[in-house]
Design a protein around this ligand. Structure first.
Ligand code: SF4
Length: 67
């Protein structure tokens, strides 16, 4: 299984929920104030963490694909 996270910056409001929930996967850019995806392909054993990140976003800007 391969995990792939994507971040839609056009939906991101910079609320920082993703960073607070999953600081190893998301950060907030100091200049733009929007989210930064730190790891687009987390290892399989981080599925729970990736799913938490998806759930943390009130805008639906984070999408997880599993292949
Ligand atoms: S939780 Fe969603 S809206 Fe908030 S900063 Fe992260 S990606 Fe952006």
């Amino acid at each position: 299984m391969t995990l792939k996270l994507t971040l839609d910056l056009t939906s991101c409001t910079g609320c920082a929920c993703c960073m607070m929930e999953c600081p190893d996967l998301f950060d907030i850019d100091d200049e733009s104030g929007l989210a930064v995806l730190l790891e687009a392909h987390p290892s399989d054993d981080r599925l729970d963490e990736a799913e938490r990140a998806v759930r943390s976003c009130p805008e639906g800007a984070i999408v997880l694909e599993q292949a």
